[in-house]
Design a protein around this ligand. Structure first.
Ligand code: SF4
Length: 244
């Protein structure tokens, strides 16, 4: 099933639940307080219209069609609000949370790519998860990525080369709390965050004031061990933020 079909399926479940919920409330309240049921009806109709609008924009994004950046922004705001509900509704539509998270990151990235930036590469930070480091390596790279001896057994070597080439900052975050601290301490203009679906989604949702481009790590050895990064995606993100 394509991402579009999955998303539409979850939205349908959401809309049906919303309408059924409104009908139940209506049945209990309409006999007694007409004005309240009218307000509920208007609210439900408003929410349904917003969701239909958002689904249409999301459909275009997921199919890689061009979308006006203002519409993209409105849609992104709606998606951020309804994401927790959509994410939980997924199980009723047989769609996993990770699949919904992937869609969220795609919408986030499309929104960021619809804008133009001209940041210095020094003002960017790249956040990577600890599981990128080869599990046999005993070097303490979490405190300082420069402790890497560049043996090439994991992608940290190439990330250091990126760091040197663009003069960006690279940090290894062992969790969400540390990632947030790194952002607060370094005050970057933008973040390129690498992580799995769950960590990336919670990180992107946490940071509201600066753009965060999400890059998924691949997990050829299973979750949280010797994961991998597509270095080209990182370079593309740097070039985009620096308008190169
Ligand atoms: S590149 Fe080699 S030295 Fe550097 S962190 Fe990876 S395994 Fe360790």
């Amino acid at each position: 099933m394509t991402d579009t079909k999955k998303y539409v399926k979850v939205v349908n479940v959401f809309l049906i639940t919303l309408i059924l919920g409104a009908l139940v409330i209506h049945l209990f309240l309409s006999k007694y307080i007409n004005i309240l049921s009218l307000v509920i009806n208007l609210m439900v109709i408003g929410i349904i219209l917003l969701i239909l609008f958002s689904t249409m924009i999301t459909y275009y994004i997921l199919n890689d069609k061009e979308v006006n950046k203002h519409l993209m922004k409105i849609n992104y705001t709606i998606i951020r609000c309804i994401f927790p509900i959509i994410s939980n509704m997924g199980k009723f539509a047989g769609i996993s949370k990770d699949e919904i998270r992937k869609i969220f990151i795609k919408i986030n990235n499309a929104y960021i790519y619809s804008n133009k930036y001209g940041f210095n590469s020094e003002s960017l930070i790249i956040l990577i998860p600890h599981c990128i480091q080869n599990h046999n390596c005993k070097l303490k790279v979490t405190n300082n990525v420069e402790n890497c001896k560049k043996c090439g057994m994991c992608k940290i070597k190439e990330l250091l080369q990126i760091k040197e080439k663009y003069n960006t900052k690279v940090f290894i975050a062992t969790g969400g709390t540390l990632a947030r601290k790194i952002i607060v301490d370094n005050k970057p203009k933008a973040v390129i965050a690498v992580a799995c679906e769950r960590d990336l989604t919670s990180g992107v949702r946490d940071v509201k004031d600066i753009p965060v481009l999400g890059v998924f790590n691949s997990r050829p050895n299973g979750p949280c061990i010797d994961t991998n990064i597509n270095i080209e995606e990182i370079e593309e993100a740097i070039n985009f933020f620096t308008n190169k």
